[in-house]
Design a protein. Structure first.
Length: 199
């Protein structure tokens, strides 16, 4: 096994793998041979996707590998469009466990002026492997928190089946992209936790 995903939350990993079509056996939070084999199959599939769609900066690669295979394909197509348009973007956030999401939510409540997330664990598409955030970087590799390039990225990068957080009304999130599921977030959560398909 070359890499362990979500190593602090085996149950989360099992749900993730099963809902993506890789059978880890019983969703019980216990690491076993079936979970190990399912993760290996997932990683092999991820390598095939990377070979087909191209690889990017290491930071992007670390986050893309955490996504559902369909989202990996979409993320790579998206980044290629941005690259071709001369936009220096990297994927700086991919899938988060519920615990990681809760920690991010808490950060937004305890740090005044911090606009991080309005979603608790299980309330964000980041928790289901179908969302990612980008960062724009200048020619020296410095992160740009605010830049007209975020709007430009959406102009050139969006395609059918992909949604941009910059189009949201209540909480605009220009770095955020997610796959369209045509399901309410609660439905996605229920399917994810049962290891069922939602995309």
């Amino acid at each position: 096994m070359s890499q362990q995903l979500f190593e602090d939350d085996v149950k989360f990993l099992q749900r993730f793998l099963k809902s993506a079509g890789f059978n880890p056996g019983k969703i019980d939070g216990i690491w076993g041979s079936k979970t190990d084999a399912a993760e290996d199959e997932f990683l092999k599939k991820s390598e095939q996707i990377a070979a087909s769609y191209g690889k990017f900066y290491q930071r992007s690669e670390r986050n893309i590998i955490t996504l559902h295979p369909k989202a990996q394909e979409a993320a790579r197509q998206f980044l290629k469009r941005l690259q071709d348009a001369g936009i220096n973007a990297r994927i700086i956030s991919g899938t988060r466990t519920y615990a990681e999401q809760d920690a991010l939510y808490a950060k937004g409540r305890t740090q005044p002026g911090s606009k991080v997330t309005n979603a608790k664990g299980g309330q964000s598409n980041h928790n289901f492997g179908i969302a990612w955030d980008i960062g724009i970087f200048d020619s020296q590799g410095n992160y740009q928190g605010e830049s007209p390039q975020y709007d430009k990225a959406a102009e050139v990068g969006l395609f059918a089946g992909l949604e941009w957080g910059g189009n949201w009304q209540s909480f605009q999130d220009k770095p955020h992209y997610q796959m369209v599921t045509n399901l309410a977030i609660q439905q996605v959560k229920e399917r994810f936790e049962k290891g069922e398909y939602y995309i």
